[in-house]
Design a protein around this ligand. Sequence first.
Ligand SMILES: *[C@@H]1O[C@H](CO)[C@@H](O)[C@H](O)[C@H]1NC(C)=O
Ligand SMILES: *[C@@H]1O[C@H](CO)[C@@H](O)[C@H](O)[C@H]1NC(C)=O
Length: 346
Amino acid sequence: MNLFTFLLHLISAITTDNCKTIQCGPGITSDNCIEVIDDTVSVYGCKAGYICDYSILGDVGPWQNISCTQSYNFVNKCGNIYENKQLTGMPCCKDSDCYSNKCNSNACKGYNVNEECDISEQCDLDLWCNKKKCTSVKDTNLDCSIEEQCKAGTTCSNGKCIKMFSLDIGSKATSAKACMSNFIANDICENIEIYSGSRKLEKPYICSIDDDCVYKLSYSGDVYMTNKCVCSGVNKTIGYCGEYAKYLPDVNDMWSEMQYTNSNCAGSMAHSIDQQVLYSCGSISYSLFMKFTRYYGQLAYFNIFNSEALKYCGMELQIFDPSYEFALEISGSWLIGLGSVLGLWI
Ligand SMILES: *[C@@H]1O[C@H](CO)[C@@H](O)[C@H](O)[C@H]1NC(C)=O
Ligand SMILES: *[C@@H]1O[C@H](CO)[C@@H](O)[C@H](O)[C@H]1NC(C)=O
């Protein structure tokens, strides 16, 4: 295998007028799960024991083949499986699997207060690694210089520990996580509004390939970015201005639901915005994890979600759920319809 092969393909990109057709491949494979042949991109599932990183489908960048990689399922398979010491809150089978040499109910405990550490993730809950010693974290509103100094579910913005996703649009912030939109520009919490020229676009922000998409900041009104219309994966003439869909005002509600105050992990994992980390660290429930994954998938893969290019395999391959509609109230009913697919998502 030639590691530099991909350099040859930098000319083809999802944004250019050289749009490709994206389609569900027939079945599963252990080889390429994203296969680019001429003007067609086929998307496959990986056979058992293998996983695919589908993120290129949501990226604006050059196309390349992506292959299935082996995955290991550690759950309930205790033996000599952990090559490295495990961080606080991570799974373990025996004491020696953990930095602290303490494995309680299959999760690593961290170093206690004043014990020596290299990184905050090795310390126990509500501690951070300050000058090589695990030290107590600070309460909300106290002074900070880095996020790790603050409690789980908070961040350091404008020199103070502050609850994540709590500031209104227009507030001053130095960390995006402090904003209800999880987005800042010029140190202000902002959302994105989408225009084509001077015309404001409505969902799903359809554009003609070759048109410019203008992404404006909702508070300041300034132009954040002007980029080309992004290909839909089905039509060489029509695309979407969906590159910054993650910062639309609709998404603020999702972040407000994601606020958390507890974590079984420490350091950056206790300040994460990654739903997989938050679920593994016990910060969010399984139903919230699922809700986030389904909704965020639609935003991260905005163009192929809206064009329905992967309508028949998007859910099965855990890329996004084409049928999901985000609603603020927490209800368990949507879980039932998913049935057997649920088990695949972790
Ligand atoms: C992807 O792999 C297939 C063979 O599996 C090959 O024919 C094709 O040229 C490759 N495409 C790219 C862009 O490397
Ligand atoms: C592709 O876009 C053109 C508009 O340029 C439209 O006439 C045609 O119906 C579209 N095709 C599909 C399959 O959506």
